[in-house]
Design a protein around this ligand. Sequence first.
Ligand SMILES: O=C(O)c1ccccc1N[C@@H]1O[C@H](COP(=O)(O)O)[C@@H](O)[C@H]1O
Length: 239
Amino acid sequence: MLKMSEENKDPGIPKARILKSQIQKSQPPGSKIPKTKIKICGLSRMEDIEAVNEACPDYCGFIINYPPSKRNISVDQLAELKKILRKEMKAVGVFVDAPAESVAKLLNEDLIDLAQLHGNEDETYIANLKKLTAKPLIKAVKVSTEEEVKKAFDTVADEVLLDHGKGTGKTFDWSILKAVPDHRYFLAGGLGTENIKEAIQIYHPAVIDLSSSVETDGKKDRKKILAAVKAVRDTGKTI
Ligand SMILES: O=C(O)c1ccccc1N[C@@H]1O[C@H](COP(=O)(O)O)[C@@H](O)[C@H]1O
């Protein structure tokens, strides 16, 4: 039976609700705010793990039990891939309307470090899942208007991910991000080496999340993964 951890009894404020200006005020003068991080999503093969082990992004994403995706993997495949994934990187399980109990099980067994909820999971679902695990939850939201972006942060999830869809390889209109200049979020959808710098310098996302642009013929491409991680690190912009 799953138990609530000590940490979960006092879940505190979700990271997504803490504004950048509040973080800056709490820093000693001259100290640096964390740099934008990078997540490479949709890993499915051993060679994908070898590539990320070399590039070392901050987060690695796995699409779990979602057959409509060409990046779908089973829990057994996840377990095999996880065995060789370097420990420095956080493993993110990406779910689409999966039963909360099965998501919590993978988190609590440490097969994944965070769960990304990328379907129609509502606040009741997320609140229920939070009772089953202390691990961080990311709510993914498809956005196309300023109103939708603002509403995305009205959540009990720990993190918010703003996306064009589900691994579409397309950007949404980033100008709507001006509606939430002070918020922390994962930015996804159509990001690649050609637009990473612009995204970081203008919008300062906490995490740049990409999948389609680091593929060739539908498979992850080692050189593209290395180039994307380098692009984020080289930009080196602080939020
Ligand atoms: O990539 C998928 O197939 C997918 C399936 C189900 C939910 C989310 C999915 N992908 C997410 O899309 C972004 C990356 O987008 P892009 O390909 O770079 O445009 C990332 O958050 C993935 O988790």
